[in-house]
Design a protein around this ligand. Structure first.
Ligand SMILES: [Mn+2]
Length: 392
């Protein structure tokens, strides 16, 4: 047996072992009430996996609520929730957490949700962690399945294949679940372009049960005019150095935050650009936060490492940024400087943050300070500095 085949067999038996372990775990928790905790801004991978978790838990008489803290704002995600008629609960302080016997973290390990403190206060223990991101040490679950794999939806599809749920094409919820998982896998792997064998096998299995018409309806959502506006700003303000396109788009409203990753996706379509970073200041009531997204096509650029090294940690030791393969994000609180309706102050504040973020990024990739200027649209100095550091 060659090495690749050995690894493959290892992976298969691992998913079999984990599925058995999960089945055992759920039967030990029969009749309980669980809360699935999604990241603050749930994506299709998280939403579909949570839905699958709900269906898998049902035969054990485990009631599962799916809860997130902040917002579902990407039009495709809103469409996903609406078309699949999913019951997702947005957390508010009035929400009673004490009714839950335990918490299930899906597609996150507690670091991207604001619910950890409220759950601890309500004495809800972390029970399960199912995720595909880099292992973090924030939480300990009784059942843990953290694999470096393309999507959490792949893990859930494998649980289903291992018999934790028998899909039936005449069962509307099963068709919805298969469609959602297919969407989760596709969106998490850039339409399967970044998919590995696990994702293709999972998609092949789901192909027998999903509804292509429903999936295309979810995908057919169009961009709002405000998103178009952010994309225009991202285009106008971009600076391209060493194949890295960086753009600050100024202030935007909290409900439009998904325009930032969409802006980064768009900048990535320019020829000779392999990495794009778009950032802006999000105004959420009286709170302001600098938020940015990074996208890269270059296999040798690790967004997690890049963003951690570029922006560092806060005083509690938590990184301002992080990511997975090909994509990442960062969030830096504006804190004391938040707010003010004074025009000049607002303008200067943006300039300061804009320059500092650009400075950090371009220093990281090794560009000379003098070689980048704010607002120099399409300004592309020569030199392959980044390529030197990240040569494929
Ligand atoms: Mn994911």
């Amino acid at each position: 047996m060659d090495e690749a085949a050995a690894i493959e067999v290892g992976e298969r038996s691992r998913s079999r072992i984990k599925a058995k372990e999960l089945e055992q775990f759920l039967s030990e928790h029969r009749g309980e009430r669980h809360i699935v905790v999604l990241q603050d801004f749930p994506d299709p991978d998280a939403i579909s996996s949570a839905f699958a978790h709900q269906l898998i838990s049902a035969p054990f008489d485990i009631a599962v609520d799916i809860v997130y803290e902040r917002r579902i704002s990407h039009p495709q995600n809103i469409a996903l929730v609406r078309l699949l008629d999913l019951d997702l609960i947005r957390y508010s302080e009035a929400f009673d957490l004490s009714k839950y016997d335990g918490a299930v973290f899906i597609d996150n390990q507690g670091t991207t949700t604001g619910l950890l403190d409220p759950l601890a206060k309500a004495n809800v223990p972390p029970l399960m962690i199912i995720d595909h991101h880099e292992r973090q040490e924030r939480l300990q679950g009784e059942f843990t399945d953290i694999r470096r794999i393309g999507a959490t939806a792949t893990i859930y599809t494998e649980y289903i294949q291992e018999g934790l749920l028998t899909l039936d094409r005449s069962h509307p919820d099963h068709v919805k679940c298969a469609t959602a998982l297919m969407h989760g896998i596709r969106s998490e792997t850039n339409d399967l372009i970044r998919a590995k064998e696990d994702e293709f096998l999972a998609a092949a299995f789901l192909s027998h049960f999903y509804d292509p018409a429903l999936l295309s309806e979810i995908l057919r959502q169009q961009r709002s005019s405000r998103v178009m506006d952010v994309i225009r700003k991202a285009l106008e303000n971009r600076t391209v150095i060493s194949n890295v396109s960086v753009s600050g788009i100024g202030y935007l409203r909290a409900e439009d935050r998904d325009a930032i990753p969409q802006g980064a996706d768009f900048l990535l379509t320019e020829e000779n650009v392999h990495t794009a970073i778009v950032f802006g200041i999000i105004i959420d009531g009286s709170r302001e936060v600098l938020n940015g997204s990074m996208r890269t096509l270059k296999l040798t650029v690790d967004p997690d490492e890049f963003l951690k090294e570029t922006f560092g940690k806060d005083e509690r030791g938590i990184f301002f940024g992080g990511g997975r393969q090909h994509a990442g994000g960062f969030e830096i609180p504006i804190g004391f400087l938040s707010g003010s309706s004074e025009e000049e102050f607002t303008r200067v504040k943006w300039q300061v943050y804009d320059q500092q973020v650009r400075h950090k990024i371009f220093s990281k990739i090794g560009a000379e300070r003098s070689s980048y200027v704010h607002g120099a649209a399409g300004h592309t100095p020569r030199g392959g500095v980044l390529d030197d550091g990240y040569a494929e």
